[in-house]
Design a protein around this ligand. Structure first.
Ligand code: TXA
Ligand code: MG
Length: 370
């Protein structure tokens, strides 16, 4: 059982899922792996357990939690009778294609189905079925819907290993189930099912293109990402997903993201600009770090910490390594960070969304010299 220090109650070699499920039923917090990031689980029907999540994470109480389920039938217990036939059919198509998997559906909540603290007072609930055998076994064994945000301290990069969870939450939670590094590395895509179609609330493991393919006849409203615009952007309109308004994923150092095109000349201009920002910060006596990709690793010199974040040839490798790369700057004591942007196609949309937030919207765009 728990040693009270947040050390693993169950390991990857001998996962005692029954013990972890018993803790959840007793109102304790247990971190567990999913295919996206590690989640911090609590019984979604137990208000004091859900309050303990906000307390352990230091999370603002107006940011609602995703409810995790293991059986399709659990969804019907969570959503309101008022959900229309059209909305149910749309949900069904997405479920058939993406569950279990990194897609979270937002639908009107059935009153009383979960603690009101889960939904932070909204009339909707976010639900997903994770694609991970340990997560599914834990949820099943608990016999409850499980509320689970990412298992990091609020504002920190999300955890993709059990070690990341322990760094942030040891001593604050009953246990951690270690399932090794997570497969996707970024959170689920959050999409609201509305009478008039779909609204993308957070890009993630399921891409916009995959959503459009699954429901080609349904309008998909997707807000334009800051990366598409020209100069430093500040978040303006009220966010539709409450979580989107808070500082997120941020290392302690000041961070910039450099954007450019994907032609060789544009990439060279991005590297040149990154190198000159770094050199200037170094002259000011700061400890400098760069987030780059395998292809460009050798292009930086005199940098205190280089985080090589996957390969531009396969953005899924970038997604997988992003949060560990962001955490590595704090470990290296870096106070000025430059990150090269990546193409925002496919999972690149979610990667750029997280990088831009990690940089608190400090974006610089460069053009290739002609
Ligand atoms: O991949 C994931 O989704 C991970 C794993 C653990 O499942 N979970 C996760 O949870 O990322 P969290 O709490 O870090 O992010 C949940 C996001 C927040 O942006 C929150 O505002 C949004 O989902 N959300 C939750 N309920 C919502 C609702 N009813 N309406 C709109 N947005 C909601
Ligand atoms: Mg989170």
């Amino acid at each position: 059982s728990s040693d009270g220090q947040g050390h693993p109650v169950v390991s990857s070699e001998h996962p005692d899922i029954q013990a972890a499920a018993a803790l959840l039923r007793e109102g304790e917090l247990v971190a567990f792996p999913t295919e996206t990031v590690y989640g911090l689980g609590a019984d979604a029907t137990n208000t004091s357990a859900v309050e303990a999540i906000y307390h352990a994470k230091g999370r603002p109480s107006d940011n609602p939690l995703i409810v995790h389920i293991a059986e399709r039938s659990q969804l019907d217990e969570l959503i309101a009778d008022s959900v229309s036939q059209e909305e149910r059919e749309l949900a069904e198509r997405l479920i058939a294609r993406f569950w279990p998997g990194p897609l979270t559906l937002v639908l009107p909540v059935r009153p009383g189905a979960v603690s009101p603290r889960v939904t932070a007072g909204l009339a909707t609930v976010a639900v997903r079925m994770p694609d991970h055998p340990l997560a599914l076994a834990l949820i099943r064994a608990s016999g409850r819907p499980i509320a689970a945000p990412s298992a990091n301290r609020s504002g920190r990069p999300s955890p993709t290993t059990a070690r990341h969870v322990a760094e942030d939450l040891a001593g604050r939670i009953a246990g951690i189930i270690d399932g090794g590094p997570t497969a996707v590395g970024l959170e689920s895509t959050v999409v609201a099912i509305l009478p008039r179609g779909l609204e993308l609330l957070r890009p993630g493991g399921v891409t916009q293109q995959q959503l459009r393919e699954a429901a080609p006849d349904v309008p998909l409203h997707a807000p334009e990402l800051p990366s598409a615009a020209a100069q430093p952007i500040l978040p303006d309109e009220a966010p539709r997903s409450p979580g989107m308004k808070y500082a997120h994923y941020a290392p302690q150092g000041e961070m910039r993201v450099i954007l450019g095109g994907s032609s060789p000349a544009s990439r060279a201009a991005v590297i040149d600009h990154a190198a000159s920002l770094l050199a200037e910060a170094k002259r000011q006596g700061r400890r400098i770090g760069v987030l780059t990709y395998a292809e460009h690793e050798g292009r930086y010199h005199g940098v205190d910490h280089i985080a090589v974040c996957g390969s531009l040839r396969d953005l899924s490798t970038v997604a997988k390594q992003l949060y560990d790369a962001l955490r590595s700057f704090d470990e290296a004591g870096i106070d000025f960070i430059v990150a090269e942007g990546c193409p925002s196609e496919g999972v690149g949309e979610a990667i750029m969304n997280r990088l831009i937030k990690a940089a608190a919207y400090r974006i610089e765009r460069v053009e290739a010299r002609s």
